[in-house]
Design a protein around this ligand. Structure first.
Ligand SMILES: [Fe+2]
Length: 378
């Protein structure tokens, strides 16, 4: 039963005192049929008494020995057992032990019926949920039984509800993750569309950066973060004029300054994503050089955030293996030589080494802009 339906019923029950059990709500009215109680006692008079006390609210089945009680339990549904402690042949404790060993019966709650209070802790340890003292007081028996069934019902349905809500939360989380990824992809495409020579650049940089992070032993979640940072590293180009981005000739110092501004513009844009404050690091610092000669902050060595050092290698690699307005894509050995030359000056030596190992493993030179995409879009 769904939790809001339970709550709805609670509201109805509050109007009627008869549904109160020990000051808590009574959920028994929500059950499809009356709960089934098994009463087990070797004294016929006790069984008659129990049946009379309980039959108004419950279906009651009686057994006069432990053996017949277990046989009946194996064949029938039962919500609660009232179990006499002292019985000939098989006493209540032995019946309870058999029930606890049975897969189908170990969760059925058992209330002991006894005149001997000294058995209380022994019985609780064995798994009884309550004790009712003989001689029986009708109101006490009814209330105890109702209270225990109430707890059992609540526990079972709360567990169902928790499971249902957990699954719902997981599916919502996965859906949000997909929406986030698709939004980032759309944004990356918008960035690349500004530059007619960088079709697919952001996506390839993201892929190479993730691969470097994976080989470097970064955690799976961090690899994913670095991938997103790679997709968005040039987001600041949105704030740079198309004429400067697509200028075929050499840039004036002012135009070069405008291009350089894409780092902090991108950083400002991504800082507005409060959930992932570190997102902006890739955009701001991917043009920093390991030796401190890069921009915009002139950071050096490990002052440069690791994701930005990874993206810097991936970015340079993709720039060299893609066609540009002023040159064709470079051959693989020339690209390799450039990465090697920049190791320790432009690039973090560790991540440059990983890039070199990726180049060496790429015998068919597949890590590059697809030849079908080398023509600039009109
Ligand atoms: Fe850039």
């Amino acid at each position: 039963m769904h939790y809001d339906i339970i709550i709805h019923h609670i509201a109805d029950f509050r109007k009627e005192d008869e549904f109160q059990v020990d000051g808590m709500m009574n959920f028994l009215g929500l059950m499809d049929k009356k709960p089934m109680i098994l009463a087990v006692d070797d004294m016929e008079t006790n069984l008659m008494l129990l049946e009379e006390m309980l039959q108004e609210d419950f279906d009651v089945h009686c057994e006069s020995s432990g053996k017949t009680a277990l046989a009946w339990l194996k064949e029938n549904h039962c919500d609660l057992v009232l179990l006499d402690y002292h019985m000939p042949e098989m006493d209540g404790m032995e019946v309870l032990e058999h029930m606890k060993e049975s897969e189908s019966l170990h969760n059925v709650p058992v209330i002991f019926l006894t005149a001997d209070m000294t058995l209380e802790s022994y019985g609780f340890e064995a798994g009884a949920v309550d004790f009712i003292l003989k001689p029986f007081m009708p109101d006490v028996v009814r209330l105890r039984v109702k209270r225990i069934l109430n707890y059992e019902y609540l526990q079972a349905h709360l567990a169902d509800e928790v499971n249902k809500q957990t699954k719902l939360a997981e599916s919502r989380r996965a859906s949000l993750q997909r929406i986030f990824e698709q939004t980032v992809f759309a944004l990356a495409q918008a960035i690349d569309a500004k530059d007619k020579y960088t079709h697919g650049h952001s996506r390839r940089v993201a892929e190479y950066a993730r691969q470097i992070a994976r080989v470097a032993g970064e955690a799976f979640e961090d690899q994913r973060f670095i991938y997103y940072m790679g997709l968005l590293h040039d987001v600041g180009k949105i704030g740079v004029s198309n004429a400067v981005i697509n200028k075929p000739g050499e840039l004036t110092p002012e135009e070069y300054d405008e291009i350089k501004a894409h780092t902090w513009i991108g950083s400002d844009i991504l800082q507005s994503i409060e959930e992932f404050p570190q997102f902006s690091q890739g955009a701001r610092s991917h043009h920093e050089h390991y030796d401190g000669t890069g921009y915009p902050d002139g950071l050096k060595g490990e002052e440069i955030p690791a994701p930005a050092r990874i993206i810097a290698v991936a970015d340079a690699y993709d720039a060299m293996t893609s066609k540009r307005s002023y040159r064709d894509a470079m051959p693989q050995d020339a690209v390799r030589a450039e990465i090697e030359k920049g190791r320790g000056t432009q690039f973090d030596p560790h991540f440059a080494n990983i890039m070199l190992s990726m180049i060496d493993a790429d015998e068919r030179f597949l890590m590059r802009e697809s030849p079908t995409m080398t023509q600039p879009r009109k």
